[in-house]
Design a protein around this ligand. Structure first.
Ligand SMILES: *Cc1c(COP(=O)(O)O)cnc(C)c1O
Length: 462
């Protein structure tokens, strides 16, 4: 037992994942998924996804009292791809959704309603009605939303577990845009604002059907200690409500997601096991069996299982700096391109046959295909010298990257493929999402309405 054994095993798993990735890049070139006419692909490590899901499940199973209901709901926004949701479902993971589209993806993947959670700050009446009709768990984000839910509950008894999202206002992390527990965050009921705590308590006492409480303290950049404080605040509030209610009205705590990902090296750190142990120390009552648990991890489950591989089209030199022009830029690495300081990515160089490239490193820019100067995957990065026909892989991109296409320059969505050992020493691929064709781009750009504007006549002026 103890940290040493855990780390040893984790290190081995990380190393094996890196080996599988190299094999997959080579096989993608050999099998023609990646080539002159398909110069950008997203690759997903099926075994890695299964292992991450198993690690999550085991980490909480190790700390909760026996028999505690635990639902791990994958935050669909991290990797909104139906086959990924289906694979996770098979591994016992549900879905956290935040829009009608995400709900439709979860349903298409076969995620049952009772393993689905709806959180969003802007749910329409129709979305709320649908969620309640399906029996999906809903966390109300604001007093106004709770009013709408009241009206729906009056017309029929809800099958859905219902709760309120609170903002514990414990502070932000290193990335402002992803810090959801600042004083002024747009999410949830801001608990420290004047009168807010009492309002929340009354809301529960007046509504016996409110049985859950939810907080999500933030994503990438939030230190674990701050995440744990957010959970501690939520737990204390649940205890207060249950005490004033004189019964265990709140029976389930939804602790959100947000475990950060290490983008700096191969190591999976922090681990789910570390976080679960920390929660057990900081919030001892959390796991004693009185509360069921919901988690909503996204990035930490998928980031390290994804690799984006781009062909180098040209190389040049500008102002003395070598530049490799590739096919991966802002359309698939939007955050990295627009906020490179917050979102640096590890890059790996492969040759034209998809074999890891060695050689003395050269400081170079790795550019994307889009038409603005800042479209760089990395600036002044030391890598083996890149040549036309080589490949560059952007690592740890399984969440919030190639699945989050941005249509700049009408660049197409790349194909996404899952890979696994084929049992005969090779690599097998499965299409997760076909690459987008030019016809689809035209259709999405109003191709069916080409003369819409030229035929619209403005009234004659008198
Ligand atoms: C984005 C989000 C998550 C997932 O965050 P990760 O950082 O990807 O783990 C979970 N819950 C809510 C409410 C979110 O908005």
């Amino acid at each position: 037992m103890g940290g040493y054994g855990d780390e040893d095993r984790a290190g081995r798993t990380d190393g094996e994942r890196a080996v599988r990735r190299d094999e997959a890049v080579r096989a993608a070139v050999e099998q023609g998924l990646l080539g002159p006419d398909s110069p950008l692909v997203g690759l997903l490590d099926v075994q890695g996804i299964r292992e991450a899901a198993a690690d999550l499940t085991a980490a909480f199973a190790a700390v909760v009292a026996p028999g505690t209901p635990v639902l791990h709901a994958f935050a669909v926004k991290a990797t909104p791809l139906v086959p990924v949701l289906r694979l996770l479902r098979e591994e016992g993971i549900g879905a956290e959704v935040a829009s009608p589209g995400e709900l439709a993806l979860a349903r298409a993947a076969g995620v049952p309603a009772d393993r689905t959670v709806l959180d969003s700050p802007a749910k329409t009446p129709a979305e709320l009605r649908e969620a309640l009709a399906l029996g999906i768990a809903v966390n109300a984000d604001s007093p106004q939303e709770l009013d709408r839910i009241d009206a729906l509950v009056r017309s029929s008894t809800p099958r859905s577990p219902l709760g309120i999202r609170v903002n514990p206002q414990v502070g932000g992390g290193s990335i402002g845009a992803l810090s959801t527990a600042t004083a002024t965050s747009k999410f949830g009921v801001a608990l420290l604002d004047e009168g807010a705590r009492e309002w929340v308590v009354r809301a529960y006492l007046d509504r016996p059907w409110l049985t859950r409480l939810h907080a999500h303290t933030g994503s990438q950049g939030i230190p674990l200690s701050l995440m744990a404080r957010g959970v501690a605040e939520m737990y204390a509030l649940a205890e207060e409500i249950n005490e004033r209610a004189g019964r265990r009205q709140i029976d389930t705590l939804d602790i959100g997601g947000g475990l950060p990902v290490n983008f700096g090296s191969e190591a999976t750190t922090p681990t789910y096991a570390q976080y679960a142990r920390l929660l057990g120390e900081v919030v001892p009552g959390l796991f004693d069996g009185r509360y069921g648990l919901v988690t909503e991890f996204g990035r930490s489950l998928l980031a390290k299982q994804g690799t984006m591989v781009a062909r180098v089209e040209y190389t040049k030199s500008a102002g003395g700096r070598p530049v490799a022009v590739t096919h991966a830029g802002v359309q698939v690495a939007t955050r990295t391109v627009y906020a490179p300081g917050s979102w640096p990515l590890r890059l790996a160089a492969y040759d034209a046959k998809g074999r890891p490239k060695a050689g003395p490193e050269v400081v170079q820019d790795v550019a994307g295909p889009a038409c603005f100067a800042g479209d760089l995957l990395a600036e002044a990065r030391a890598l083996p010298p890149l040549e036309p026909g080589d490949h560059v892989a952007a690592l740890d991109t399984g969440a919030y990257y190639f699945a989050h296409h941005y249509a700049y320059n009408s660049l197409p969505r790349p194909g996404v493929y899952g890979y696994a050992p084929d049992g005969a020493g090779g690599v097998a691929f499965a299409t997760v999402r076909a690459p987008q064709g030019v016809e689809e781009i035209v259709a999405e750009a109003g191709g069916a309405h080409a003369s819409a504007l030229t035929t619209l006549r403005t009234p004659e002026r008198p």
